[in-house]
Design a protein around this ligand. Structure first.
Ligand code: PLP
Length: 429
């Protein structure tokens, strides 16, 4: 789990295990104990042994519309029968990447955007940070290179995501604290501290502030009152770009299409992934505001190039799946459903906190919730017990349990899930 990364192996002989190297875990702790998921349907997944589990985390916050929808399999099949993909470099593009970008522009959290497509959230963050720096270089303000991120932030694990991680353990062991030059951390919830940090570092050295609107992996931390607004003002006043990482919150998780709307923000760049396809294809990207893209579109021989792209950026099959997925979100009113469920969801979490003394705090927004336990009761062990009962949760930073079911969750399923969590906490206490 995230929490046990720092612990030391005691047995020097390597354990024998499957060829697949497990991510984000001390290998010997999970080898032989991994749940091999072979199937899924709606809000449930099925293990190799045939156990059916309620997916209370929607996988890694991705399975928003639920698992194994045939329409998406059909969309992928139809596209592959016609063309698996063709790259989107220079003079080439493909019809599905083009169509997807148009559809995304229609729901964009940024007016009149250009859209960069790539293969996931970590990828999107790398490109967004590069673009922020590229912007200031082009403006001739070459000292503006530092990317500021928040304590406990998670922005994936590519070079930039690793370097700007606010979860310290994700930055350890690489020789230098940062894989890229110039990053620094700012306060989780105190805008005054952020203001002081900007003064100390100097706005002339800062390219961008990047933040998740509601922190996910850091323990589900909704912003404190006025935090995001103050950060935005600080960015405006100091010529610092605001990058919102909506990899979890994008496409409905907070009951609005983007958190940008919920909190009334005007970011320069917005990253997305997970919820753009609900995980039916690996896809991510960035919404780019006109202030950033216009100079790269000037009709002039001197127009600069932003060197982004990869073989699978704008992958035609992934794009076809995303187009169909957006249709499902809209036709089934799923974002509105999250909005409508939020009061019930919040009340159910509050009720859990009220009736269980081992719950220290609950935090939530939309269908994104965290349940923090007393230090003495291990969130990891509670999750193990929940699996035995047929429910999936996940331990996050700060001894917190993740609660982020698919958007199609019923009130009954939510009650059952939190009842199982309550029971597992009591058994573990
Ligand atoms: N940003 C945020 C806020 C995330 O939660 C994640 C993944 O959980 C990422 C970026 C990285 O996305 P991916 O795992 O698709 O690379």
């Amino acid at each position: 789990t995230i929490e046990n990364n720092a612990s030391e192996a005691t047995n020097k002989a390597p354990v024998d295990g499957p060829a697949l190297w497990p991510a984000q875990a001390q290998a010997p702790q999970v080898i032989g104990r991994q749940l091999v998921i072979e199937g899924g349907e709606g809000s449930y997944i099925v293990t190799r042994e045939g156990q059916r589990l309620f997916d209370g985390t929607a996988g890694l916050w991705h399975a928003n519309i639920g698992h194994s929808r045939p329409e998406l399999a059909q969309a992928a099949y139809d596209q592959m029968m016609k063309l698996e993909t063709y790259h989107t470099f220079a003079r080439f593009t493909n019809d599905k990447a083009d169509t997807l970008a148009e559809k995304l522009a229609e729901v964009s959290p940024i007016p009149a955007p250009k859209i960069i497509l790539n293969s996931g959230g970590s990828d999107a963050i790398d490109v967004a940070c590069k673009l922020a720096r590229r912007h200031w270089q082009r403006e001739g303000r070459s000292s503006k290179q530092i990317i500021l991120s928040r304590e406990f932030a998670y922005h994936g694990l590519h070079a930039y995501g690793t370097s700007i991680a606010g979860l310290e353990f994700n930055r350890e062991g690489y020789g230098t604290e940062s894989l890229v030059p110039e990053t620094a951390r700012i306060s989780l919830d105190d805008p005054e501290q952020v203001r002081r940090a900007v003064e100390e570092i100097g706005a002339e050295n800062i390219a961008a502030i990047v933040t998740e609107p509601v922190q996910g992996t850091g323990g589900v931390n909704p912003p404190s009152e006025g935090y995001l607004e103050t950060i935005q003002e600080l960015c405006r006043d100091n010529d610092i770009l605001l990058i919102l990482d909506e990899v979890i919150t994008g496409f409905g998780r907070l009951g609005t299409m983007f958190a940008t709307e919920r909190y009334g923000l005007e970011p320069d760049l917005v990253t997305f992934a997970k919820g753009v396809t609900s995980g039916y294809a690996p896809l991510g990207g960035i919404f780019v505001s006109p202030r950033i893209w216009e100079p790269f579109y000037e009709d002039s021989p001197d127009t600069p190039i932003f060197r982004h792209g990869s073989t699978y950026a704008g992958h035609a099959t992934a794009s076809a799946v995303a187009i169909k997925h957006l249709e499902i979100l809209r036709n089934e009113n799923l974002v509105q459903r999250v909005h409508d469920l939020e009061p019930t969801f919040g009340a159910a979490l509050d009720s859990l906190a009220a009736r269980n003394d081992d719950v220290v705090e609950v935090r939530y927004a939309g269908l994104l919730g965290g349940v923090t336990l007393r230090e003495e009761v291990s969130a990891g062990a509670v999750c193990d017990r929940m699996v035995d009962k047929g429910f999936v949760s996940r331990p996050l930073r700060g001894n917190t349990l993740q609660v982020s079911p698919p958007f199609i969750v019923t009130e009954q399923e939510l009650d059952d899930f939190l009842a199982a969590m309550d029971e597992a906490i009591r058994e573990e206490a």
